[in-house]
Structure formats: C-alpha cells, structure tokens
Design a protein around this ligand. Sequence first.
Ligand SMILES: [Mg+2]
Length: 229
Amino acid sequence: MRRLILFDVDGTLLSTNGQAGRAIGLALRETLGTAGPIDGYAFAGKTDPQIVFELTALAGLTRSEVEPRLEEIFDRYCSRLSSMLTPDNTRALPGVLEILAELARRAEVAVGLLTGNIRSGAEIKLRAAGIGDRFATGAFGSDHEDRNRLVPIARARARDLWGTDFEGPSTVVIGDAEADIRCARAGGARAVAVASSKTSREKLAALAPDALLDSLDSPEALEALLGTG
Ligand SMILES: [Mg+2]
C-alpha cells in the first residue's frame, strides 16, 4: 500500500438532492423546537455536530442546552434519513462508480472516507447511493466536530487496518468544499478539489489545491488522485 485516498461524501461521491438537510431540520425541530435559520444555511464542508451547534446558536440556544440532546438529535436524523433517501433522490455523482472501480483494481491504493457526516449518517447515504460497501475505513464528524482534526484519525485507522503509515502527501483528501482543502492542509495531506457541487471552481482555486477537477468524470481525475503533484 502506497497511497491512502480519503473521499468526502456530500457533493463529492453523491448528492441527496437536499434530503439530508431536510432530515436534520426535522430532527432539530422535533427535538428542540427549532432548526434556526436553516433555509439558505451553507452546509458545505461542515461536520454534522458543527451544523447542529451553529444552527442552534443562531436560534439563541447555548451549547450547554444543545449538547445533552445531541444523541437524540442524531438518532432522529438517522431515522428520518433512512426513510427519506431513495434511489430516486440519492445518486452517486458522475464518474464516481468508475473511479472507485479503477482504484479498487490497484493493489497499492487504499480507499477510505473523510467526511463531516456522523458515521451512521454516512453509511445510510452511501448505501442509498449503492456504494455502501466500497470504504473499509475513514474519519467522521462523529469522531471530531472540527474537520481539521480528522486526517490523523483516518490515518491511524488505516494503519490499524493495512499496517501502513500513510505519511504526508501519501494521504490524499478529495472533496468539493473549501473546508476539504483546509483539512487536507491541516493534516499534511495532498488536497484534490472537485467543483462538482455548490462551491465554485474559482473559490476552490483560490485555496490552491494540489489538483482541481470539474468532476470525478473528468479524464484527469485518476491522475489527480494517484499523482504526486
Ligand atoms: Mg462535501
């Protein structure tokens, strides 16, 4: 194993067409009576706990009021998510199935997740998109609220699983948001950005990722993930 490639979920691997945002809104209203200013709220690149704390703070709730209810919020969220996500609204993005198949054929490549989703939420989304069985490990929003802390967690799990230290740029983080590039940098990993969702190519380019793609369907995608920049 020479390279660990860590995929973001929303906007990189798949889209739920807004269903996941609706599910967290319902869970917040059911648990706390408010979802704060969720319409127009920018979810991109944020961890699930960060989203909950930001929205509830904007609704005037303190962290100490929200923290004891976090498990309840996420239980409701996952149960909503399971019933709301269907193959009609949740799909792998263009090029995803092909690139995962290509990476799986390469013995030197380990594939995992690096996502702000809580682990159970990521599993529900990936299953709905038909790619639930492709990722042996990863780091999640349920591991840490701060995305910038997730690369070392993913690396440690990958080492336990494959016995390899994926140091420095031998770890690659790919994502569609500015926060994905920042967390790659914070972890000393190679940053590959993909402008396949809400964040513009220009905004991503401003953070100077090691590679910048329009989509995982692009002919340069495999080289961007495997290259050393
Ligand atoms: Mg994303």
